[in-house]
Design a protein around this ligand. Structure first.
Ligand code: ATR
Length: 315
């Protein structure tokens, strides 16, 4: 167990049961996912804790949905101060929380847990993280932009929800499988027409994943958001070719690293302004830090830590 006190150790595999022997000091925090080895959250959050003089250790814990309840029970008791959840745990964690914030209810998923004396409170900072990232990159909020959203999975749903919350003037959803885009539209319509947000003028529609329809939608669009996982498949073509993108377009890719190389090249050829998802990781993490500590996050420290870890991982 001595190695647990080694400040450089940030990876624990829950299947090794190491989480069951973790000490309560420094206060442990973690990201729970599978795979999780690549996660840059530990570097960013540890830098924030250290800079703020908070005695805490942030770990990676490799755990999937099946083992999540057992791990969470133990983390509640240690006690952990809180944790983040990433793929595939956000929906299961939503179910395991004792209480859920408004953000968790709106997004039907939890990416941040605060452990208040054994009582688990679930939050979701993905949507606000994306909104801050957008402002960081382009100086605009979703409420000022007509948006074409590519993708209707978990990431697409989070972006669409935040765009509606911020009263985006027009939201168009395109998905390779059109049935899934329709399902997301139906869910959003049902959710927002029966909520306090019903005053929002929902301007929602979908278009087919075909060049003429995408091209027409893009002419009337200020921002395109890629929430597909296409970039993770090295054989997949870029989600949009340069010829379809007008030069005035803002392009936000929720992926980062080599997964967005092809799409970035197309956007740059078109003369569009472009951002990757590293900023989204930063801002969702900053919001999580504030929930755990009730302090403003040291954004510059977190950004520097994230960018240098990211550059090192690309070498
Ligand atoms: P996540 O939770 O990360 O959004 P997901 O729920 O598996 O992951 O969704 C992946 C999204 O990427 C879907 O919108 C998927 O489209 P389909 O519903 O048609 O599968 C989209 N996607 C994945 N690979 C793609 C590709 N090569 N081209 C276009 N869209 C792709």
């Amino acid at each position: 167990m001595a190695s647990l006190h080694n400040r450089r150790l940030q990876f624990i595999c829950v299947k090794s049961d190491a989480v069951f022997t973790l000490p309560s000091r420094p206060v442990p925090y973690a990201v729970l996912g599978n795979p999780v080895n690549h996660s840059l959250s530990p570097v960013m959050q540890q830098a924030a804790f250290d800079h703020s003089g908070i005695e805490a250790r942030y770990f990676r814990i490799e755990v999937g949905e099946e083992d999540l309840p057992r791990a969470v029970d133990r983390m509640r008791q240690v006690p952990f101060g809180g944790w983040n959840c990433t793929v595939p745990n956000k929906i299961k964690m939503y179910q395991l929380c004792d209480r859920r914030s408004e953000s968790a209810e709106l997004f039907h998923a939890v990416n941040t847990v605060v452990n208040e004396k054994g009582h688990l409170i679930g939050h979701n900072t993905d949507g606000i993280g994306w909104s801050h990232a957008l402002y960081d990159a382009f100086g605009k909020r979703p409420g000022e932009l007509r948006i074409l959203l590519l993708g209707a999975g978990g990431a697409g749903r989070a972006i669409a929800t935040q765009a509606i919350l911020e009263k985006c003037p027009e939201l168009i959803i395109a998905n390779r499988n059109p049935g899934r885009a329709q399902d997301l539209l139906s869910q959003l319509n049902a959710q927002f027409h029966s909520s306090p947000f019903s005053r929002t003028q929902l301007n929602l529609r979908s278009v087919r994943w075909q060049e003429p329809e995408l091209e027409a939608a893009l002419r009337e669009t200020d921002l395109v958001v890629n929430a597909t996982s296409a970039g993770l498949d090295p054989k997949a073509p870029p989600v949009l070719p340069a010829r379809l993108m007008p030069g005035h377009l803002l392009v936000f890719d929720t992926l980062y690293g080599s997964a967005c190389d092809k799409f970035r090249a197309e956007a740059q050829t078109a003369g569009a302004r472009w951002s990757d998802g590293l900023r989204m990781l930063l801002h969702q993490g900053a919001a999580a830090f504030s929930l755990w500590t009730a302090r403003e996050a040291p954004l510059k420290i977190m950004r520097d830590a994230l960018e240098s870890a990211f550059s090192a991982s690309r070498r």
